[in-house]
Design a protein around this ligand. Structure first.
Ligand SMILES: Cc1cc2nc3c(=O)[nH]c(=O)nc-3n(C[C@H](O)[C@H](O)[C@H](O)COP(=O)(O)OP(=O)(O)OC[C@H]3O[C@@H](n4cnc5c(N)ncnc54)[C@H](O)[C@@H]3O)c2cc1C
Length: 266
């Protein structure tokens, strides 16, 4: 299907991109286009102007700090993360990016676009919530950095407001992480997903069971404690053509334990 006529701008600085976004309520940032262009083709969204972020070198790249902190520009693609030696400091990130869709999507799709979409079936929101990532957002009033608990606000809604940009994502040091999902086919989106981090304390984040990742802090890093934490969360997941609410609740327990086992090296 042909797209409706849309204006196109390709800024070369973050400041220029912000002023283009601020100048027009109907302007939207274009990252990898793997969600946005499909939304436009389906006529579910119809921006007046696309502000293409692909010319913004400031939003690209992966830096590993001396303390093991990983900082990724929002426009870093899944493939760049998978291939990056720096990103191997937090191995789970590349491992999960390698599970997203197919090679074409991974070559174009970006970490920033994935979390800004906040589709509950996407792989990265629960993973980044579990590892304790922080998100830097730039706007007319300057920059602010928020934790995952303040970033993911609802289905397709995040703390990135109209006229603002997600610029970078920071992951603290840590290697003891896990991820497990039941997906629609081998390269499909998630029916339920779970991420675990046992770096110091144990944190589990569940995807596809609510509008935002559900973060749990079990009392201990054993399977019984994790199962109990999932049960105590009183999850009320949606039912749809892929899974009933009961089945999703069951999967949440099973996958949380699988993610925990991976995180503990089991
Ligand atoms: C066939 C197919 C299968 C897929 N399967 C999966 C899957 O299994 N798991 C999964 O996680 N994803 C999957 N996806 C989605 C894919 O990962 C997308 O890449 C991702 O959801 C969006 O990233 P993008 O860079 O393409 O962003 P875009 O589509 O360009 O943008 C998405 C939204 O985020 C906004 N945005 C993007 N970057 C910024 C920024 N820096 N600041 C502010 N707003 C921004 C845009 O304005 C837009 O509203 C699939 C996509 C396709 C086409």
């Amino acid at each position: 299907m042909l797209l409706r006529e849309v204006a196109y701008a390709r800024p070369t600085t973050i400041a220029e991109a912000l002023s283009l976004l601020a100048a027009d309520d109907g302007a939207r940032a274009l990252a990898g286009g793997q969600t946005l262009i499909n939304v436009m083709k389906a006529r579910a969204g119809s921006p007046d102007t696309l502000v293409d972020l692909n010319g913004l070198e400031e939003l690209k790249g992966i830096e590993l700090g001396a303390d093991g902190t990983l900082e990724l520009g929002a426009m870093t693609t899944y493939t760049e993360i998978i291939r990056s030696s720096e990103a191997r400091a937090r191995p789970i990130l590349g491992e999960v990016c390698a599970q997203i869709a197919d090679v074409q999507v991974r070559n174009r799709g970006t970490i920033g676009g994935n979390v800004c979409t906040n589709d509950p079936t996407n792989h990265l929101p629960p993973l980044l919530a579990a590892v304790g990532a922080e998100f830097t957002i730039a706007g007319a009033d300057g920059e602010r950095t928020v934790p995952a608990s303040e970033f993911f606000l609802g289905v397709y809604m995040t703390a990135v407001g109209v006229g603002q940009l997600l610029t970078k994502i920071r992951l603290p040091a840590g290697r003891r992480d896990g991820f497990a999902a039941v997906t629609l086919g081998v390269e499909g989106t998630c029916i339920v997903s779970a991420a675990a981090s046992v770096n110091g304390s144990v944190r589990i984040a569940l995807g596809c069971v609510d509008a935002v990742p559900v973060v749990l802090t079990p009392a201990a890093d054993d399977a019984d404690s994790v199962r109990a934490a999932v049960r105590d969360a009183d999850l009320d997941p949606p039912s749809d053509v892929h899974a009933s609410s009961d089945y999703r609740r069951h999967l949440a327990e099973v996958l949380a334990v699988r993610a925990l086992d991976q995180a503990k090296g089991g």
